[in-house]
Ligand binder design. Sequence first.
Ligand SMILES: O=C(O)c1ccccc1NCC(=O)[C@H](O)[C@H](O)COP(=O)(O)O
Length: 202
Amino acid sequence: MLVKVCGMRDGENIRLVENLSVDLIGFIFYPRSPRYVNSLPKYLPRSAGRVGVFVNEKLGVIEDAVIRYGLTHVQLHGSEIPSVCVALRQQGIQVIKAFSVSVPDDLMAVGRYDGCCDFFLFDTSTSGYGGSGCSFDWGILQHYTGNIPFLIAGGIGENDVERVLNFKHPQFAGVDLNSCFEISPGIKDIEKLNRFITKLKR
Ligand SMILES: O=C(O)c1ccccc1NCC(=O)[C@H](O)[C@H](O)COP(=O)(O)O
């Protein structure tokens, strides 16, 4: 199962998280987020993938960040249309398209992105796009019948290991961890993350 830790920006903290053998580390390029990355961290992941998270950003701005931060993945967390995903993939960047989920009908939109993305990310519906710390009813995801693998996000915390392990879906690929593992915005609690990941991978 893939583990993505999102909302990072402190070099030393990034290095410690990467040492937990996580698969993906996310950087928020949305200026209104408390986790916004506005300068190059002193350390960037080498073994984990580097995911840049954007909300309705201009393609040129995304492309600049891909080069500057050496991003391997771009996560589109707004209402970006499929052609934006396609344009990024044509440049060799892996694309994660995020969707807010609160009712089964929210999954109707994903069909338009078939063949345009590498992963979907299903997150809690919130006024602030992401990083809400709130969960949603994962049972709704049984209505998803597509072929693109997905990550689950939204308020996943230390006590959710059993819930994650018990969740079954043919396209379930992994989890996204963020605010429930924070000491302060952008800084993760390494011990807490270590306990969660150790139990998950046991
Ligand atoms: O984390 C943010 O501040 C954020 C702001 C705007 C768009 C996306 C954002 N986060 C993207 C993520 O992938 C989060 O990890 C995801 O929303 C889950 O966060 P949380 O509910 O805190 O676990």
